[in-house]
Design a binder for this molecule. Sequence first.
Ligand code: TMP
Ligand code: ASP
Length: 239
Amino acid sequence: MKAALLYEGKAKKVYQASGNEAQLVLSYKNDATAFNGKKKDVFPGKGRLNNEIAATIFSYLAEQEIESHFIKKLNETEQLVHKTEIVPLEVVVRNIAAGSIVKRLGLREKEVFSPPLVELYYKNDDLNDPLINDEHAKFLTDLTSVELHEIKVKAFEINTSLRLLFQSINLTLVDFKLEFGRLANGRIILSDEISPDTCRLWDKDTEAKLDKDVFRQGTGDLIQVYEQVLERLTNYVSV
Ligand code: TMP
Ligand code: ASP
């Protein structure tokens, strides 16, 4: 199914799909990193959990008519996707104050953003993914003003859909990060992954953190919490 390794990132390997130039195989690794790779560990089983969670979420979004690069799950740790050229932006949507924004703007954790906020970060490890504005994004990428606007509209639509999904499994979607990519025909679609690595998810009753913050902050067992997210998603999606 897969040919040459094209790229290895912190959490995934990207292979050319054999026999189809327009497709890629994403292979989810067991590695976890935080603080731009300064904190690292390996968690056997993490690749499978994120592959399954991302596949479930992308399939749910497809049912809601939100297109992504996801085609199908291939095996426990791999999925087939449409090949895109990743736009070097991290698009973060925030419903509730947590993480970097609390420090940057001196906010109270858990303050609600209504309407939600969208932020752009320049995807560049050497620069520590700096927060940027629209003008910077247009300068740093090949996006037109219209495409940048469409990406933000899409990010809000995805937020609305995902909030409902997580609400029905008793989780609050605090914030999350998206990446978009350009297909060979020029169209921009949702790419990369959506998983507890890229979302903050809090249990609605206990406010327990069921995401990568348990690793970032060293407060819990990453595999146990990711398993819980997958189990809740699987029970919900299969009813
Ligand atoms: P932040 O509060 O650290 O800026 O993170 C906002 C959201 O983006 C959070 O859900 C985690 C996610 N995220 C990533 O997926 N990758 C990253 O490199 C960072 C910094 C955050
Ligand atoms: N993804 C980044 C890293 O791997 C940061 C983070 O998610 O906290 O270091």
